[in-house]
Ligand binder design. Structure first.
Ligand code: NAP
Ligand code: MG
Length: 502
């Protein structure tokens, strides 16, 4: 039995209470400032819909001030600093995140509804690790020397390349991993010498604001990172369209990704996009079935299913179908759904009323289309935005619940027989962010991995993310790659220099 949503049991430290007692301001040019308009908006705790604090509401004028601060900082101490000194500062950011990890974790849990236990285990340590990994790059941004033939203009040439920062980066992020997504943008942008204007998601501004304090304390010079809070259709749109921004790095829905592309047209700013997914997770009958069942449940229910790479379409070979459905449903029914601050909570609420309504809308659409909930299928409790972990069977490929990203704790399950069929079924989607495969046959695993049209394939595992591993989408899941050495291309321009040696 799933337990009913519980009340908070973790007492909140004075650091967090203090933080919440003041309105959250923008960070522009090193100063904590209110909006030009003086307006603010509330951020809420999705466990009980209570207001946590007020947040400065940035609009065009605030974005403009932040972009000017970032542009000015481009030629300042950050650019003149040695790569080794930039590395030290980025490493220190990781240390300070770790030192203040409890404040970060509690604020993240309060603001987004994710279980505190997972914020402590996943979001905060990974964010620190991202800064530390990227801290290694400033001293390794090498160019190449290139032999030149120049057949039309023969001569004695010496040619080399250098990597330079793209310039001012506008970063717009989603609410599902607020601090981690900020780290995914800021750490590579800073490691490659850019300056940044970050627009956090309106639902979850708190940890980005605390990160602003950490960046200052670590020694990031004023204006190098600017943070403007506000709504997507105003602040986000102004940033994406701003002629003083050289590149937009966006994480969010495919729908808004298209708007970012249109807005970026004016000055043809560079664009990278980390978008939605509807990732297949495939279990063959020769897999370690217990591990596959636990893995399939984790693939969808981690972070309440609010994960872009969630394994939301489960395909199971016929012979083990019943056993897997039963196993995943049993785990779903035993997950503790409750207040994010309760250390026993495994599933928190949806981030907002809007997201709750979206998920409930999909559950209704599944019902109407003939899908059956083996477990779950409804809202849970009356306060807050909780949804029962749900396993849907009797699905067909054209159903909306199978085709569209639900972004909640809802998995659809279908069976297959022939390995050739499963590749076609798995790839039958507009998305291509990730995929999973469970089998003990190594050749089969690599064969299937080769045929998936997805940016990441997990074999006998799921949700393994690491700063060293490239991540991004095929098809409508995005443009470009984040993390690892691959991300450096997204944040640098390559300059080719040719010398006529005479
Ligand atoms: P979203 O609605 O696209 O919002 C993402 C960000 O864009 C928010 O900061 C939002 O601001 C802003 N925004 C909205 N409209 C805008 C506009 N016209 N111009 C500029 N910015 C605008 O996505 P979401 O609902 O927050 O996040 C869920 C989505 O993100 C899912 O599709 C998920 O798969 C995807 N995601 C992808 C990855 C990845 O790495 N591939 C990671 C996490 C999430 P407001 O919040 O203020 O409206
Ligand atoms: Mg909130």
């Amino acid at each position: 039995m799933t337990s009913a949503p519980t009340t908070a049991v973790q007492s909140i430290s004075s650091g967090v209470t203090d933080f919440l007692s003041r309105p959250v301001q923008h960070l522009i040019g090193g100063a904590s400032v209110a909006s030009a308009s003086g307006e603010s908006f509330a951020t809420f705790n999705p466990c009980d819909s209570n207001e946590l604090t007020q947040v400065a509401m940035g609009e065009t004028e605030d974005i403009d001030r932040a972009v000017r601060a970032a542009r000015q900082a481009l030629g300042g101490p950050w650019a003149k600093m040695s790569p080794s000194d930039r590395s030290k500062i980025l490493w220190r950011v990781g240390d300070l995140i770790e030192q203040r990890s409890e404040e970060f974790a509690v604020l993240e849990a309060l603001d987004s509804g994710k279980p505190l236990t997972y914020a402590r285990l996943v979001d905060i340590p990974l964010s620190a690790d991202w800064f530390r990994y990227m801290a290694g790059w400033p001293t390794k941004l090498e160019g190449t020397t290139i032999p030149v033939s120049a057949v039309a203009t023969p001569g004695n040439y010496f040619a080399y390349t250098v990597r330079e920062p793209v310039g001012v980066v506008g970063a717009v992020i989603a609410w599902n991993f607020p601090l981690l997504l900020a780290a995914w943008k800021l750490s590579p942008a800073l490691a490659t010498g850019n300056t940044v204007v970050l627009k956090p998601a309106e639902q979850t501004p708190l940890t980005a604001a605390l990160l602003g304090e950490v960046l200052r304390d670590a020694g990031v010079p004023d204006g190098v990172v600017n943070i403007v809070h506000g709504y997507g259709h105003t602040a986000g749109a102004a940033l994406a369209a701003h002629p003083g921004v050289d590149k937009i790095s966006f994480t969010g829905s495919t729908e808004v990704g298209r708007e970012i592309i249109s807005a970026a047209r004016g000055n043809l700013k560079k664009v990278t996009l980390e978008l939605g997914g509807k990732s297949p997770n495939v279990i063959f009958d020769d897999a370690d079935i217990d591990a596959a069942i636990a893995g399939a449940a984790n693939a969808i229910f981690f972070n309440q299913g609010e994960a872009c790479e969630a394994g939301s379409r489960l395909y199971v070979q016929s012979k083990v179908y019943d056993r897997v459905v039963e196993g995943v449903a049993e785990i779903a029914s035993e997950l503790n759904v409750g207040n994010s601050l309760d250390p026993d909570t495994q599933i928190g609420p949806m981030v907002s009323k809007k997201q709750l309504d979206t998920v409930l809308g999909y559950l209704e659409s599944g019902r109407v289309d003939g899908a059956r909930a083996v477990v779950g299928g409804r809202q849970k409790g009356e306060a807050g935005y909780f949804v029962e972990p749900t396993v849907l069977v009797d699905t067909t490929p054209e159903m909306k619940v199978v085709r569209e990203e639900i972004f909640g704790p809802v998995v659809t399950v279908a069976s297959f027989d022939d390995p050739d069929d499963i590749v076609r079924m798995a790839n039958d989607t507009d998305y291509g962010l990730a995929a999973g495969v469970w089998t003990s046959d190594v050749s089969k695993a690599h064969n299937i991995a080769a045929q998936f049209r997805a940016g990441t394939v997990w074999i006998n595992s799921y949700h393994i993310l690491d700063p060293a591993l490239p991540f991004g989408g095929y098809k409508q899941s995005g443009w470009g790659r984040e993390h690892g050495a691959a991300v450096l291309d997204a944040y640098t321009e390559t300059k080719t220099v040719i010398l006529n040696k005479g």
